[in-house]
Design a protein around this ligand. Structure first.
Ligand code: NAP
Length: 337
């Protein structure tokens, strides 16, 4: 076996506020020689996701947290350089979750081949077929029964989850109200079909905007944002509306104080609103069904995800910062050389 070493980024100090530039440090690690049934993988692409920020600040609702010295976990596509496993050969592309590192040695059972039957570039396995797309698919197909003609409000509509949620809603014949953070993002979303948009950065009063652009009221709300979007959606919901509670990113940087929600929560029972909260990790057994649906939808051009690509491992913290600053569109990815 050739000797290899790889760089990785570890959490050196916890973020305070949105700045991440001094929080992660690079180190070089020698790859251990392969034992039986192992692979040596060089990562080509890795994902950047909002939950990483929660784990880095050790938010008490994050589920898992990163300790100082930990390498953030991330979804990655990599190439097998060497293999002592019958399952993989040098040159195979694999999916893994070992995170912000340029390569690693792992048991073959800890990596997966790319799902077969797609004619897409490797990074698309992290975007249109990645965790955010799976998250949108679970919310839209497993938690609620969509009916043509319904009106759905989708916040965070220009992010990795929201952009897929919009397209799944349109495929099901719904009318979409999409909230995104720039005119350019709103124009792209409006180009998808029956989509009315609001630029939340220019809209101090979301409820008034909703009343204007969706006077019929909301049958459904796909919530990526929480805060003022959730407050407005509760106020503007029709009786028996369904809310898909996916995430509340507007509260991440402030530490996520739930008491900051300014809405009369009694509207939930008085309007018979159903809140469907979920975390995608509870639905991973449905990955194969998701892949089958996406195979058909990608083939007929019905679902596409723009990618915001950052270059090199050292750029990963800046990519994570961009999630809160609006400097990305679609799925945020890092290309590794
Ligand atoms: N339930 C689950 O299992 C699960 C899984 C994955 C993600 N999530 C959640 O889903 C949400 C979206 O994740 P993602 O992967 O799509 O992230 P993403 O690709 O990074 O997109 C984040 C989106 O959030 C918007 N945003 C950021 N700060 C905001 C604020 N203060 N107010 C309004 N919008 C804001 C951004 O809008 P602009 O860029 O347009 O400004 C961006 O489109 C997050 O809340 C995340 O935690 C949940």
């Amino acid at each position: 076996m050739t000797e290899h070493s790889f760089r990785e980024l570890f959490l050196a100090r916890r973020p305070e506020g949105k700045r991440l530039d001094n929080c992660f440090t690079m180190r070089e690690v020698a790859a251990q020689p392969l034992a039986g049934d192992e692979v040596l993988v060089e990562n080509k692409w890795m994902s950047v996701d909002p939950y990483m920020y929660l784990r880095a600040i050790a938010a008490d609702f994050a589920g898992e947290i990163y300790e100082i010295g930990d390498v953030p976990d991330a979804f990655c596509v990599g190439k097998v350089l060497e293999s002592s496993s019958e399952r993989f050969r040098a040159g195979d592309l694999v999916l893994s979750t070992f995170g912000w590192r340029e390569g690693f040695v792992a048991p073959a059972s800890a990596v997966n081949p790319l799902p077969p039957g797609f004619d897409i570039p490797p990074q698309a396995y992290l975007s249109v077929l990645g965790a955010p797309a799976l998250t949108a698919w679970v919310g839209m197909t497993q938690l609620v029964a969509l009916q043509p003609g319904q009106t759905i409000f989708i916040s965070g509509a220009a992010g990795g989850v929201g952009i897929v949620a919009c397209q799944l809603a349109l495929r099901a014949g719904l009318r979409v109200i999409a909230s995104a953070g720039s005119e350019q993002k709103c124009a792209w979303l409006a180009g998808l079909g029956d989509v009315r948009t609001l630029n939340y950065r220019e809209t101090p009063d979301i409820l008034t905007a909703l009343r204007k652009i969706a006077p019929e009221g909301l049958d459904l709300y796909f919530d990526n944002v929480g805060g003022n979007h959730l407050e407005a959606a509760i106020e503007h919901a029709k009786p028996k509306a369904h809310f898909i509670e996916c995430g509340m990113i507007s509260s991440f940087v402030t530490g996520g104080d739930p008491a900051s929600l300014r809405v009369d929560i009694r509207r939930v029972p008085s309007k018979s609103i159903t809140l469907h909260g979920y975390t995608v990790s509870h639905y991973l057994h449905l990955y194969g069904v998701f892949i089958d649906d996406m195979r058909e939808w990608i083939r007929d051009g019905g679902v596409r995800v723009p990618e915001a690509i950052f270059e090199g491992l050292q750029d990963a913290p800046r990519a994570l910062e961009s999630i809160f600053g609006g400097g990305h569109f679609g799925r945020t990815l890092v290309r590794l050389s």
